[in-house]
Design a binder for this molecule. Structure first.
Ligand code: ADP
Ligand code: MG
Length: 232
């Protein structure tokens, strides 16, 4: 599903950089990514999604070298193949919950917003118990409800790959398990691959694989990798 080889990434501003020699995620795997704050977990999800591009090395997602695509093709690839649940949800405040869930179909020229898709949005909302809130705006939802709306938006296109960035952060224990249940149920049903950044050690046991950032080389102003701190 995902293959990273000799990856090197750095931001144009600041001195954070990340090296990953080799990382493979198989189809249908459920992966928890852990690591200290600032170690590059969000950056890695952005690289896999083609939102950020590596300075060198190769990233293949479903056999496609995303960096070789034009910006427009990268965007279409992302919309059709990847369901993203962002760390800060990124719901659009000026759209209703329903329109937020349908957003991938509004912004992509390749995806048609059909009756079936609208029905699917209602089904998803029903499944996560926000069906009665579809006409509201995001600022009229609780944190847990906003999170679930963001999950519905990530699932609406039936993506084979789900990337979730700390989807249980800021949620109470009941809502944490609920959000994970929704992600895992979807992944099992659709044989999708699930990659989740999480700090929650109680939840890690649910994943088939754990990737700890300690194994990568990263460095920046705030943190040093374990390896970088070892005496030479
Ligand atoms: P994590 O998700 O593990 O907390 P991030 O991937 O968000 O870490 O960030 C890794 C490092 O990169 C941090 O030091 C952060 O300050 C830095 N960083 C994040 N985004 C940018 C950016 N756009 N420009 C420069 N530095 C950035
Ligand atoms: Mg992060």
């Amino acid at each position: 599903m995902i293959q990273l080889t000799d990856l090197y990434f750095s931001y144009p501003q600041g001195d954070f950089n990340l090296r990953i020699a080799d990382l493979n995620v198989s189809d249908g795997e459920s992966v928890a990514i852990t690591g200290p704050s600032g170690s590059g977990k969000t950056t890695l999800l952005n690289l896999i999604a083609g939102i950020a591009l590596p300075a060198s090395g190769r990233i293949e997602t479903r056999g496609v070298n995303i960096a070789s695509l034009s910006e427009a093709d990268r965007r279409e690839f992302r919309i059709s193949v990847i369901g993203l649940v962002f760390q800060e949800f990124e719901l659009l405040e000026y759209l209703t919950v329903l329109d937020n869930i349908l957003l991938p179909f509004r912004v992509s020229s390749a995806l048609a917003l059909t009756r079936e898709i609208r029905d699917r949005a209602l089904e998803l909302a029903d499944e996560v118990e926000i069906a009665d809130k579809l006409a509201r705006y995001p600022d009229q939802l609780s944190q847990g409800e906003r999170q679930r709306a963001a999950v519905c938006r990530a699932l609406i296109t039936r993506p084979p790959l789900l990337l979730a960035d700390e989807p249980t952060g800021n949620l109470d224990p009941a809502n944490k398990n609920r959000v994970l249940d929704i992600l895992f149920d979807y992944a099992n049903r659709e044989s999708a691959t699930l990659i989740t950044v999480t700090h929650d050690h109680d939840l890690i046991g649910r994943f088939s694989t754990v990737i700890d950032f300690k194994q990568f080389h990263y460095s920046g102003p705030a943190e040093q990798s374990a390896e970088a701190m070892q005496p030479v």
